[in-house]
Design a protein around this ligand. Structure first.
Ligand code: GTP
Ligand code: MG
Length: 238
């Protein structure tokens, strides 16, 4: 439940029938309505992008002999976090500012088996002619200092409403299972209440990220070798 819903509920509870209560609820509803609309648009954009990945997963599985996607997770940023982010940028909480300055209202995380699945999926996704690339951060080729790996794309995707076409921004994060495992646990550890991560823990976390990356490389190499042998067998049979 977001802050607007909480205020609405509290107003309903504290002043159910009074004139002032009704007036305040009316004002709140007209204030909230553009934000509700905006959230609905982001949800549509998220569904569009998710469907694109489901389609690619089906199609690429025929070519690669395995499903490139293990899981897709989508999440919508809460109005509270959107407001916090705008405030931290020194901006007012308006629909225009959300659309112009917050790029991760709609977020999709695509979890793959092998690093090469990420390459194939990202390429196929960006080739689609209705997708506009806004920003690319490749933390796989250039991991963050703490060891974090993931490919982040901010894209614009059209949604078709009854009377208009609207371009909406969506953040897509591509990770292997190993990258996701590390990032999820690192996030849990880092955001533990009242606990400071010491430099030694930082080094340990970094070392774990490197081990995860090395596992990815080894699994990829095994898979590549198997494919090469499989291909050799097929060539010999022909
Ligand atoms: P924000 O969107 O405000 O976070 O800033 P940014 O756009 O500069 O960040 P970036 O694109 O680098 O990362 C955005 C998202 O990636 C975060 O919200 C996290 O989900 C994820 N992320 C980035 N860095 C880390 C990290 O070091 N550890 C973990 N666990 N996740 C990270
Ligand atoms: Mg971001």
């Amino acid at each position: 439940m977001d802050e607007l819903e909480r205020i609405e509920r509290d107003l309903q509870r504290t002043a159910p029938d009074s004139e002032l209560g009704k007036e305040l609820r009316g004002r709140l509803q007209s204030y909230a309505s553009p934000f509700r609309e905006l959230r609905a648009y982001y949800k549509c954009a998220m569904m569009e992008v998710e469907t694109k990945f489901r389609v690619l997963n089906e199609e690429l599985s025929l070519e690669y002999d395995h499903n490139p996607i293990e899981t897709i997770k989508s999440r919508m940023k809460s109005l509270d976090s959107i407001a916090d982010k705008l405030i931290s940028k020194g901006l007012n909480f308006t629909v225009e500012n959300v659309e112009e300055h917050i790029f991760d209202v709609a977020g999709i995380r695509v979890i793959c088996g092998f690093p090469s699945d990420i390459d194939a999926l990202a390429k196929a996704f960006l080739r689609q002619d209705d997708i506009v690339l806004v920003e690319r951060k490749d933390y796989i080729s250039n991991p963050k200092e703490n060891g974090y790996r993931s490919l982040h794309l901010i894209v614009e995707v059209p949604i078709f409403l009854h009377d208009e076409k609207k371009m909406m921004k969506v953040e897509v994060q591509f990770r292997t299972m190993a990258m996701d495992w590390w990032a999820s646990l690192e996030h849990k550890i880092r955001y533990k209440k009242d606990v400071e991560v010491s430099p030694e823990m930082e080094r340990e976390l970094y070392a774990c990220a490197e081990i995860a990356a090395s596992l990815d490389r080894r699994m990829e190499a095994i898979n590549r070798k198997l494919h090469a042998e499989d291909q050799k067998d097929t060539d010999q049979d022909q």
